[in-house]
Design a protein around this ligand. Structure first.
Ligand SMILES: [Fe+2]
Ligand SMILES: [Fe+2]
Length: 343
C-alpha cells in the first residue's frame, strides 16, 4: 500500500515542484495553509508523513504541526522552510513532534531521502504500537482463559488444581523428551484448560461421593468433545483444541471420544494422558481417597504400550524417581507455572 504524504506550503510554486518530484512515488496531498492542512488531515487521513512550511499567513507551520497531532497522532512530522533560524529550529526540535528540519532549497534527492527516513520511522512506531496492542490482547486472553479455568474448578472443588498439576507434569515430561519450546507452549496452554468441557457437566455429578451411574459417566465422557467445541473457534498458533479433544484417547484405541490409536493421537495428547492419569489417581476424588503417587506410577507402568505411549511413561517415571518431581503441594505452592501466572 502506498503511504500518504501531506505537504503544506503557501507558495504554489513549491507545491508544484514537490508534486513533480514526488508524484508516482507516494500518494501525495497538498494544502496551501495550516487551516486547509487540518481539513485535509480530517477528510483524507490517516497520513504517514506531514511536511510543512513554517512561515505562512494565518496559522504558522509550527502551530499547524502542533494541532495536527490531535487529528493524526501517528504521523511523522517534518518542517521544510526557507526561513530557518535557530529559534524556530530549536522550538521545533524541542517540541518533540518534528522529526526532521529541512531548509529550502531542498534537492529532490534530499527530499526523497528525508521522506524515506520519515516513512521508516512511521513504520517502526506503528509496529511498536501494534506489538503493544497484541501484548494487551494476549494478557486479556490469558485473563479470560484463567477465569474459565477458575470457573470450572470452582464448580468441581475435588479437581481444583488438577489442571494446574497436569500442566506442570505435562510440561516437565515434554521438556525431558526434548520437545521444542513452541510446542511446549502449546501443550502448556492445552493442559491448563484440558477439562474446560466439564463446564457442561452438572456440578452434582462432579461433586457427589459414590459411584456414578452409566448415564452420568456417559455425560462426563462428553467433556473432551465439549472442550474441543469451546476452543476450536479460537485461532491459536497451536493445535490446542485437538490436544484437548484427544486427552482421553488410549494408544490401543480403547479411549474416548474418538477411539483413536497410535500416532493418530498427537504426541502432546499422549503426554497429557499420562500426566492426567497420574494426577487423577494420586489425588482425592469425591468417591474415594487419593491412592498416592506410587499407585499412579504403577498404573502407567502396567499400561505402557497398551494405554500409554511407552516413551512418555518412561520420561514420567524418570522424573519422579531420578529428578524427585512431586505433585505433593497445596494450591499456590509447587513448581512455577508461567502461563497460569502462579508460582
Ligand atoms: Fe479430562
Ligand atoms: Fe483431567
Amino acid at each position: 500500500m502506498t503511504e500518504k504524504i501531506l505537504f503544506v506550503d503557501d507558495d504554489p510554486k513549491i507545491l508544484t515542484s514537490v508534486r513533480r518530484l514526488l508524484e508516482g512515488h507516494f500518494e501525495l496531498h497538498t494544502a496551501g495553509g495550516g487551516t486547509e492542512g487540518l481539513q485535509v488531515l480530517q477528510d483524507k487521513g490517516p497520513f504517514a508523513v506531514i511536511v510543512s512550511d513554517i512561515k505562512m499567513p494565518g496559522m504558522d507551520g509550527l502551530a499547524f504541526l502542533a494541532k495536527s497531532r490531535d487529528i493524526s497522532p501517528e504521523s511523522v512530522r517534518m518542517v521544510l522552510t526557507g526561513y530557518a533560524n535557530l529559534e524556530n529550529a530549536v522550538d521545533a526540535v524541542n517540541s518533540g513532534y518534528v522529526f526532521r528540519f529541512l531548509a529550502k532549497p531542498c534537492s529532490g534527492e534530499n527530499l526523497h531521502n528525508a521522506i524515506d527516513e520519515a516513512l521508516g520511522q512511521y513504520t517502526m512506531l506503528r509496529d511498536r504500537a501494534e506489538m503493544q496492542t497484541l501484548r494487551r490482547l494476549k494478557d486479556a486472553m490469558e485473563g479470560i482463559i484463567t477465569g474459565f479455568v477458575n470457573l470450572v474448578e470452582a464448580r468441581d472443588p475435588y479437581t481444583a488444581g488438577h489442571q494446574r498439576s497436569v500442566t506442570l507434569l505435562s510440561v516437565a515430561i515434554a521438556e525431558s523428551m526434548g520437545l521444542d519450546a513452541d510446542r511446549i507452549r502449546g501443550l502448556r496452554f492445552a493442559a491448563s484448560v484440558h477439562d474446560i468441557g466439564k463446564v457442561y457437566v452438572p456440578a452434582e455429578f462432579l461433586n457427589r461421593p459414590g459411584k456414578l451411574t452409566d448415564v452420568e459417566f456417559a455425560i462426563i465422557k462428553t467433556h473432551p468433545k465439549v472442550g474441543f467445541d469451546i476452543l476450536d473457534p479460537v485461532d491459536f498458533p497451536w493445535p490446542v483444541s485437538t490436544i484437548v479433544h484427544q486427552h482421553h484417547e488410549r494408544l490401543d484405541g480403547t479411549g474416548y471420544p474418538l477411539g483413536l490409536s497410535g500416532e493418530d493421537i498427537l504426541l502432546e495428547a499422549r503426554i497429557m494422558a499420562v500426566a492426567d492419569v497420574v494426577d487423577a489417581i494420586s489425588s482425592h476424588r469425591p468417591y474415594r481417597p487419593g491412592h498416592g503417587v506410587a499407585v499412579a506410577l504403577e498404573e502407567i507402568r502396567d499400561n505402557a504400550g497398551t494405554h500409554f505411549d511407552p516413551a512418555v511413561v518412561e520420561a514420567c517415571l524418570h522424573l519422579f524417581s531420578d529428578e524427585k518431581f512431586t505433585l505433593d503441594f497445596k494450591a499456590g505452592e509447587g513448581p512455577s507455572c508461567e502461563w497460569l501466572r502462579c508460582t
